[in-house]
Design a protein around this ligand. Structure first.
Ligand code: FES
Length: 352
């Protein structure tokens, strides 16, 4: 077996660059640089050839993946049904994943087996400027300040700093006024839920009957309002405060289904809680049926839906507010009232 049949050509060069010089370790005697240990592909041309073939094969797999993606895109079009969309997504995703993964693995294998693995040392100059350069810079600033006349012209100085101080206002005022110009934080204490208002699926707006929900099922819920009201800007704002997650549990699994005053706020194992996390307001939506835990994806606060949505993990410091529900004469789920406490981050509940 021959030595150094596929070595990186020895570069007898010291290159000067913007940030310093790069010296080939062969010519650098720093004992901190480990001795180069030739790999199998450096020593054995057959191994190098094998590695090359593997890399080529992986790139070939990537090409096939790309072609398969195009074929899947043009031949398997979503037909509007859930199954059709799912099939199209699975095929596209799988083919694309193969294509990208093969490129990644090929690049890593190429780098690890065929590219040079020698250590290089970059010598750097001291980054601190010399005392002379620093003195010149300081003198430049001083000259600029004196040249501007700010030191001598007090009125000008006041005008400049006032203008700079106020320049943020044109940005801040529209931002603040877009909140509505209404600093009555009480509006965060209430939502549009009212006694007798039906619960409806989000986003279709179809009212929900208790019989529609099987044990373990989850529904994203909005208030049932007439279709024309759903077009307004106000609806969008109010809906975002009123969104609810509805879960049906086994009634015997419910550890807490009563309000502090002893009223029943759930219906036959169906509980409704605000979807807005009490930490900083992300939508909580990841429900685990076996544990009855609801997870917030932002910072992993976890709420126990069988136990009053109490916090069992994470940074949230109060349970999700519960929407008291019951059914009407036709079996539709309806709210008994608004939430009994403010929805959203705990900050708002402290403001009266
Ligand atoms: S917003 Fe839900 S855990 Fe932070």
């Amino acid at each position: 077996m021959s030595e150094n049949v596929n070595p990186t050509p020895s570069r007898d060069v010291t290159a000067a660059g913007t940030h310093g010089t790069v010296t080939h370790p062969d010519r650098f005697t720093d004992p901190g640089v480990p001795e180069h240990n030739p790999r199998l592909t450096d020593r054995d041309p057959k191994a190098a050839k094998r590695a090359e073939r593997t890399v080529v094969l992986l790139f070939g797999v990537s090409i096939l993946g790309s072609i398969a993606t195009l074929v899947a895109y043009f031949l398997v079009r979503p037909d509007g049904t859930t199954e059709g969309v799912r099939l199209s997504n699975v095929l596209l995703g799988t083919a694309m994943a193969i294509s990208l993964l093969a490129i990644g693995i090929a690049a890593v294998h190429w780098a690890k087996t065929l590219m040079s693995d020698r250590d290089y040392i970059e010598e750097r100059h001291e980054s601190r400027s010399s005392d002379e350069v620093r003195a010149v810079a300081a003198a430049g600033f001083k000259d600029g300040y004196e040249d501007s006349g700010l030191a001598r012209r007090g009125v000008l100085k006041g005008a400049v700093f006032s203008a700079l101080g106020l320049v943020a206002l044109p940005i801040a005022v529209p931002l603040v006024s877009s909140v509505g110009g209404d600093w009555n934080v009480g509006k965060f204490r209430h939502t549009m839920w009212r006694s007798g208002m039906r619960l409806a699926y989000d986003p279709t707006g179809r009212p929900i009957k208790a019989a529609d929900l099987t044990v373990g099922s989850v529904a994203h819920v909005i208030p049932d309002v007439p279709a024309e009201e759903r077009e307004t800007h106000e609806w969008i704002t109010e809906k975002s405060k009123a969104v609810v997650l509805l879960v049906r549990l086994n009634p015997e699994d419910l550890k807490a289904d009563q309000s502090p005053e002893g009223e029943t706020w759930s219906y036959d194992g169906i509980v409704a809680y605000s979807k807005i996390c009490t930490h900083v307001g992300c939508p909580v939506a990841l429900y685990e049926q076996q544990t009855h835990h609801l997870l917030c994806p932002c910072h992993q606060s976890t709420f126990d839906m069988a136990d009053g949505a109490k916090v069992v993990f994470g940074p949230a410091n109060r349970p999700l507010p519960q929407l008291p529900i019951t059914v009407d004469d036709e079996g539709y789920l309806v709210a008994q009232s608004d939430f009994k406490e403010p929805v959203g981050p705990s900050y708002w509940e402290r403001l009266k």
